[in-house]
Design a protein around this ligand. Sequence first.
Ligand SMILES: [Zn+2]
Length: 200
Amino acid sequence: MKIVPPSIQRLIREFNKFPGIGSKTSERFVFHLLKQPRTEIEQLAQTLQDVKVKVHFCKECYTYTEQEVCEICRNPERNRAFLCVVAEPKDVLSIEQTGQFDGRYHVLGGVINHADGIGPEQLRMNELLERVEREHVQEVVIATNPDMEGETTAVYIAKRLEGKPVTVTRIARGLPVGADIEFADEVTLGSAMKARQKIL
Ligand SMILES: [Zn+2]
């Protein structure tokens, strides 16, 4: 690596931190950037800053938005009685792409993971319970990943909603165990949403 200038090495290391990006790909990114005109690079730097400065959580559903309330929450055509609970903002995008869901979302900000010390109090669990009551939600569909943490979280939510006038469903197991919602194709995730099962 000594033949590579330090600034190039630094950028390679930065890309290498990205999920799923190895050293070879990082190198390709950097050498691609070096060939671009200066204006392109300046625009990229500005775009990078913008996502951090302009983007924050929607105050209703906690997905990412540049407004106070996101597009989906503001859309009067979305079914307000139907709430889909997901772990992360990226899961909202995955489910939206299936076109099988016309309700609104609630982003927990993670899942219960005892090994990592993440309990319900670290997640937007109370906000969820408040929303279900305040917005008179009739069905909560839990769309966490079908792995141990996702299941634990689903069971916890179902228990907390027990006795309340709301149906709790879980997306069906069209998804393989251990799979990530993010990587499921639209057809599989779409059918999992349609075939959701009542768990409470
Ligand atoms: Zn929202």
